[in-house]
Structure formats: C-alpha cells, structure tokens
Design a protein around this ligand. Structure first.
Ligand code: NAP
Length: 170
C-alpha cells in the first residue's frame, strides 16, 4: 500500500500554537506526518535557543492528542541549497508532499518536482517564534501561545533562564 505521507518542516524555536493548528489541519488529509526539525545543529543562540532533542520533546508531547501517526526527525543544515532536497530525502521516511511557508523551501522542493503547499498560519503576529522568544526575554506571558506540553518542557530545561543568559540581557 502506498501511503499519503506529508513532510512539515520548520525550526520550531519553539513549537507553538500556530504550528500546532497547522499540523492538526494537515493531519486531516494525510495518512502520516513527518515533522522535520530544521537547523537541528543549532541551539543556545538567541534566535535558536533549543536543541533538536528539546524540540523533539516539545513536538512529540504536544502531538499525543492527535490520531494521525507521526515521525519527528532532526535535519541539519548543509552549505549547498541545490543538494538540500536530496539531503532531506536521504534521512527522512519517504514522503509525497511537503508543507512549508518558507519561500526557499518551497522553491527547492518545487524544482525537484515535489508538490508543496503553504498552509496559512492563523493570528500570525502573535503566533510567531520571534514573538515568543521576545516575551520570554521580557518576562511577559508566553505560555498562552504554546501547547501546555511545550511550557512543561521549557520549564523542565530552565529554558527561559538559558535564553536570558545567552542573550546577556539580565
Ligand atoms: P525559517 O526560515 O526559520 O522560518 C521562516 C518563517 O516562516 C518563520 O518566521 C516561521 O515562523 C514561519 N512559518 C513557519 N510555518 C509557518 C506557517 N505555516 N505559516 C506562516 N509562517 C510560518 O525556517 P522554517 O521555514 O521554519 O524551516 C525551514 C528549515 O529548513 C530551516 O531550519 C532552514 O535552515 C532549513 N533549510 C536548510 C537549507 C540548507 O541547509 N541548505 C535549505 C533550505 C532550508 P516561526 O518562527 O513562528 O516558526
């Protein structure tokens, strides 16, 4: 049997309610979802505070409520965009379609003949990794923008303290 398996790629720094609602929508029209964690090698930076393993925990625990089978895979960046699609295919379960709103990702997959869809993210201004990291740094309420499982992971790893230390803003 051929599965209708879709790949959703993002950096997920952190995974938030915007990604979560997009994923729940994708789950309605694929048999299985692969979530690719981009820039997996990056962590402990102000724009990329969380490790690939921490992002895997955030996503896996948040998705416990969905019925659609899923896989979470880390994808490290490579220096050649022209080879990136082959790199992704070499480490991912097979997939027939891709979901991304990143113009470079859309272009690279389209050039290789893979159908790409760009799902709209609802309430984009607040549902943004940048806004959540800003709120973490400013001591504002970020919990309301992420699934409960993500708050729990960030608390477990002392993630806000890490972000404050690495940004040198305390
Ligand atoms: P990104 O370039 O970090 O994110 C682009 C923007 O798209 C972010 O602001 C993100 O928001 C936003 N976004 C994510 N999903 C969205 C949606 N459904 N609707 C509206 N906006 C959305 O990267 P990315 O697209 O999240 O992930 C792509 C990954 O592929 C990156 O890690 C990139 O490095 C990697 N890549 C690598 C190569 C290479 O190695 N040569 C080539 C291409 C791509 P949030 O911040 O809220 O998530």
């Amino acid at each position: 049997m051929k599965f209708n398996r879709g790949l959703y790629i993002g950096r997920f720094q952190p995974y938030h309610n915007g990604h979560h609602s997009v994923l729940k929508r994708i789950a309605e029209y694929v048999d299985e979802i692969i979530i690719g964690i981009g820039s997996a090698q990056l962590s402990h930076e102000t724009d990329n505070p969380f490790t690939a393993g921490e992002r895997i925990m955030m996503i896996t625990q948040s998705l416990e409520e969905i019925e659609c089978p899923f896989y979470v895979i880390p994808i490290e960046d490579i220096r050649r965009n022209a080879l990136w699609v082959a790199h992704v295919r070499s480490i991912s379960p097979p997939f027939s379609r891709v979901f991304s709103s990143n113009p470079l990702v859309v272009r690279l997959f389209a050039e290789q003949g893979t159908p790409v869809e760009s799902p709209d993210m609802h309430e984009r201004q607040s549902h943004s990794g940048t806004e959540i990291r800003r709120r973490m740094l400013e001591g504002e309420n970020w919990h309301e923008l992420v699934p409960k499982a993500v708050s729990d992971v960030v608390d477990e790893i002392d993630g806000v303290e890490r972000l404050i230390r690495i940004s040198g803003s305390d």
